[in-house]
Design a protein around this ligand. Structure first.
Ligand code: HSE
Length: 307
């Protein structure tokens, strides 16, 4: 086996209060990634098939960094060409870097027959995130790898739990960041009363997923004390947009991952209405966006072709 083509889903990380520990895979958009072994002993990244410009230097590219990390662990030098064909907007908080990093580690694991398990692949793939946000968080890569709702139960060592999800309707207003990352704006410390509230909010998300209750899930993702207050400051009129979505019938909404996209959870019968509310609320603030209607997905990385 010399080549493989894979598909990895976009993900909503944090899902409201689960900073760096929760994520949810989406049915679309997704990344398709082709990998081919060769004899050059070099990692080459070709980004012609991507929607937006991406670095081709492996040291600055999420797939490249993940593969460099993998090769350190197995102490082998190989040649590989990686061609991501992205349909996920870059820099919008929908896990495009995590999807590429996960798919490249999964692909090389298959091509070289390394037999790494999911936790080992996630541990390696998370280093790809350094290319986009300078921090090796594992939530997006875990969601892309496994699909469904994932909880990073432990960071040292990585231990991830996947919970199957029902068909949760999600409307996303895709908004790209103008800055490379908003991560550094998040404070390092948090007051104990806020920690207590955040833990309670996280428990609410897990309980809603376990109960397969979409309304409760929407209400549970609606509040966060860590990322939302900081990331939402970069979205003009965020509080008013949020209020319009809730008044329009969304169960809840929040900032997706590192932002600046906004996602809303609603009943299946209301997705087009909520998409219209999102569209007009963002237009009212003159925010450039693209609206998509999608849903949660239990599918992680899928093998599309093997040669
Ligand atoms: N948990 C990460 C963060 C997700 O909030 O920075 C980035 O997509």
């Amino acid at each position: 086996m010399r080549a493989i083509t894979l598909r990895a889903p976009s993900t909503i990380a944090n899902l409201g209060p689960g900073f760096d520990i929760f994520s949810l895979a989406l049915k679309h958009p997704y990344v398709e990634l082709h990998m081919q072994l060769n004899d050059t002993k070099r990692i080459s990244i070709k980004t012609d098939g991507c929607r937006e410009e991406m670095p081709e230097d492996p040291n600055e590219n999420c797939a490249g960094l993940a593969i460099i990390e993998l090769l350190k662990k197995i102490d082998t030098s190989i040649g590989v060409t990686i061609e991501p064909r992205k349909t996920i907007s870059v820099g919008a908080g929908l896990g495009s870097s995590g999807a590429c990093a996960s798919a490249s580690v999964y692909g090389l694991n298959r091509l070289l027959g390394l037999d790494l398990n999911a936790n080992q692949m996630i541990e390696i793939a998370r280093h790809g995130e350094i290319a986009s946000g300078s921090v090796a968080h594992a939530d997006n890569v875990a969601g892309a790898m496994l699909g469904g709702f994932v909880i990073v139960k432990n960071y040292k060592p990585i231990d991830v739990l996947k919970i199957e999800v029902p068909e949760i309707p999600i409307v996303v207003g895709i908004i790209r960041k103008t800055q490379r990352t908003t991560r550094s704006l998040i404070p390092d410390t948090m007051r104990l009363d806020m920690v207590k509230e955040q833990l309670a909010l996280c428990a609410g998300v897990v309980h809603a997923i376990m109960s397969r209750d979409i309304e409760a899930f929407g209400r549970a993702i609606n509040k966060d004390l860590i990322s939302e207050p900081v990331r939402s400051r970069s979205i003009p009129g965020y509080n008013s947009i949020k209020q319009k979505l809730l008044d329009g019938g969304a169960y809840g909404c929040n900032v997706s991952g590192g932002g600046l996209s906004i996602f809303a959870v609603c009943d299946k019968s209301r997705t087009h209405d909520i998409a219209e509310v999102m569209q007009s609320a963002l237009a009212h603030e003159s925010i450039k966006n693209e609206i998509i209607i999608t849903q949660a997905s239990n599918e992680g990385i899928r093998e599309v072709a093997i040669d």
